[in-house]
Design a protein around this ligand. Structure first.
Ligand code: PLP
Length: 368
């Protein structure tokens, strides 16, 4: 028998989540597949989306070259743009769309040995995140220089939100207003919305959405009950996302702790009553976060129980005391359709993005 741990990737769910994101936003949507599609495998995910997606977005050019080599012909936007003039020429040869967010990239474009009207560029406006992008007062000037640049075929105006996943903050409304003011009168497509904005900020709609985490079925918004007009609590959210990744394994050993016995590294969990412990063949070397405490939800044989003790490199331990039917070979889901990855992320003091990106060592198994 081989180690039973794997990341199951549900490609039908990926496609359905993409269509949900595009329908919610309207217009067109670039599927964000940077960071190896948030740990799901960039090439298989892009291939699964290729016939329905309007295009893709990645962080840097090498991620786009990988998709081109795998036969992806749809538009690919490079969100960080190019790092130097040579990379810009390579991006041009691979027919990529590039973000221009700072002066050095603008200069590289102005002097690059590339054909006239060949580059589709996205001009990034810093509307308030203060990370990358042209300052509001520099936008019109940068736009004029792009317009004067012979190689430029079209200019899309974009911005990125710092707090779109906080529906109660007014930061996003301020960014939207600042973006529109700085770009007033400039022709071209607009792109504002990441996943959080697609879900929570209809006023951010533009020509192009850029959903990432949403595609993978992890909701970036805090879950809150909504009160409907007749006073009943509605299940939130009103949209349907399906988790794409299920990180699964099996119980491979079982033992019972006597009262007073401590479990695992550090002896952090001490039994006070007899505790039936299941060993699961997955650990932090596979990307399961070591910092999750005793009590983190995990499903065994379809029933939710809890982790106990420290997560080790290659295994972790779960409480089977109330699961007498659990035995060696019982299926375990760390996160996926039964356990929301957001719950595990919260226990680890991080976000679903980081957990998904960190999955490694386990084989990925694709399901259509
Ligand atoms: C990563 C990224 C996105 C996607 O963000 P999600 O929160 O995963 O939807 C969109 N736009 C830019 C510029 C990004 O860097």
């Amino acid at each position: 028998m081989t180690r039973p741990s794997k990341a199951l990737i549900d490609l039908a769910a990926l496609r359905s989540n993409y269509l949900t994101a595009r329908n919610l936003h309207g217009g067109r949507a670039l599927a964000v597949v940077k960071a190896n599609a948030y740990g799901h495998g960039a090439v298989p995910c892009a291939q699964a989306l290729a016939d329905i997606a309007d295009g893709f977005a990645v962080a840097f050019a090498a991620e786009a070259f990988e998709l081109r080599e795998a036969g992806i012909t749809k538009p690919i936007l490079v969100l960080e743009g190019c790092f130097d003039p040579d990379e810009l020429v390579a991006a041009y040869k691979a027919n990529l769309w590039v973000v221009i967010h700072q002066e050095s990239q603008l200069r590289a474009l102005e002097t690059a040995p590339i054909d006239a009207h060949s580059m589709r560029v996205w001009l990034k406006v810093d509307s308030g995140m203060h990370r990358a992008g042209f300052a509001l007062e520099a936008v019109q000037g940068a736009y004029e220089r792009l317009e004067a640049c012979p190689s430029v075929a079209s200019i899309t105006l974009m911005t990125h939100f710092a707090r779109a996943d906080e529906p109660d903050s007014d930061a996003t409304a301020k960014q939207i207003a600042a973006f529109h003011e700085a770009t007033a009168g400039l022709p071209g497509d607009r792109s504002l919305s990441n996943s959080g904005a697609v879900l929570a900020w209809p006023t951010a709609r533009g020509t192009w959405a850029r959903p990432g985490i949403l595609l993978y079925g992890a909701d970036p918004l805090p879950v809150k009950p909504q009160i409907s007009t007749n006073g009943e609590q509605q299940p939130n959210p009103p949209y349907q996302l399906t988790p794409v990744m299920s990180l699964v394994s099996e119980i491979f050993a079982i033992r019972t702790l006597a009262p007073g016995e401590a479990l695992g590294y550090g002896g952090t969990f001490v039994a006070t009553t007899p505790v039936r412990v299941g060993l699961v063949a997955i650990g932090y070397a596979d990307g399961y976060p070591r910092v999750t405490p005793t009590g983190t939800p995990i499903a065994v044989g379809g029933v939710v129980t809890r982790t106990i003790g420290r997560v080790s490199m290659d295994m972790l331990t779960v409480d089977l005391t109330d699961l007498p039917q659990a035995s060696i070979g019982s299926p375990v889901e760390c996160w996926g359709k039964q356990i929301d990855v957001n719950q595990v992320a919260q226990q680890a003091g991080t976000i679903a993005y980081e957990l998904l990106c960190n999955v490694k060592r386990v084989p990925k198994v694709y399901q259509n």
